[in-house]
Design a protein around this ligand. Structure first.
Ligand code: NDP
Length: 278
């Protein structure tokens, strides 16, 4: 029977250390400031942004959500980013994705100053991460690495990542590689997914398909990190058949309450990092 990794608890204790850092910064007259741009009325985006606001408030980060109608033009958004880039009091800028179709997402990501890119999506930060240099790391992958480290040594482990998106799969594999794991990537074209996942000491699943990973696809004693968030019959579930895999794995993250709280916490971490740079 697996240990259930309590992401909420790990996140809460991490936030305590961030709170202390913010107290020190405020004593030096630095107030960490995060600006979040929220466009349109996608319920999931609104819910994520509420979570970010709550976490910022708890830690002592000054956060402000700028809400816009989905008719906002790309130019208006880019001009707004320019203003925030120039504002010395703003440490972190986050544009909540996805964006309306008239706006080119990559142009927006590239316009945010890499120094204030608390999502860690700017190519300069992605490049630095690839090189293993100190930089603002993408929040979900960083949160996953932190959770895994609470359970096991990473070096020498075989990590299998299912999913190769720019925001989760690809970077999370890179972070584990930087920690000297042996990394295998799987995706929708992978032939015989189970043959791959059964080799994993650490299995990370970031696909967005409920029930994709069944117990027969998991090596006994593996650490299983379920990133997926799917709504099934009104309930949130991950990509892993949780009840069955729990019997086989040594540790597993629940959905909700696993990776999600860590993602938000690492966003706060990045904001505090930028503020600390002065
Ligand atoms: P994307 O849709 O961008 O990527 C999904 C990936 O899964 C793709 O690489 C795709 O392969 C792969 N895939 C699709 N079907 C299969 C299959 N049958 N077998 C193997 N691989 C498959 O999703 P994201 O990375 O953005 O998100 C993944 C999940 O994680 C979602 O449920 C999302 O909601 C959740 N999420 C959770 C977060 C959290 O904080 N808890 C944060 C971010 C995301 P291909 O590239 O070949 O198309």
């Amino acid at each position: 029977m697996a240990v259930v990794i309590d992401g909420k608890q790990v996140a809460a204790s991490y936030r305590e250390t961030l709170k202390e850092r913010v107290t020190e910064l405020r004593a030096r007259g630095i107030v960490p400031k995060l600006k979040v741009v929220l466009i349109g009325d996608d319920p999931a985006s609104h819910s994520y942004v509420r979570g970010k606001e709550r976490a910022a408030q708890e830690i002592g980060i000054d956060s402000q959500v700028l809400r816009f109608d989905e008719t906002i033009s790309e130019k208006e958004l880019l001009d707004l980013i320019d203003l925030m880039n120039e504002d010395e009091e703003v440490h972190g800028i986050l544009v909540q994705l996805p964006l309306p179709k008239q706006i080119d997402e990559s142009r927006v990501i590239m316009r945010i100053s890499p120094e204030k890119d608390v999502d860690g999506f700017h190519p300069e930060n992605v490049g630095k991460m690839m090189l293993g240099l100190d930089t603002l790391l993408p929040c979900t992958p960083h949160g996953i690495l932190h959770l895994a480290k609470t359970q096991t040594e990473i070096a020498g482990k075989h990590v299998v990542v299912v999913g190769r998106s720019q925001i989760v799969g690809k970077p999370v594999g890179m972070l584990f590689l930087n920690e000297s794991a042996t990394v295998t990537y799987c995706h929708s074209k992978t032939d015989d997914l189970g043959a791959m996942t059964r080799q994993a000491d650490i299995l990370i699943v970031a696909v967005g398909r409920a029930g994709l990973v069944t117990a027969d696809m998991v090596k006994p004693g593996a650490l299983v990190i379920d990133v997926g968030v799917n709504r099934v019959e009104g309930r949130l579930v991950g990509d892993v058949d949780y009840e069955a895999v729990k019997e086989k794995a040594s540790a597993i993250t629940p959905v909700p309450g696993g990776v999600g709280p860590m993602t938000i916490t690492m966003l706060m971490h990045n904001t505090v990092e930028v503020a600390s740079r002065g």
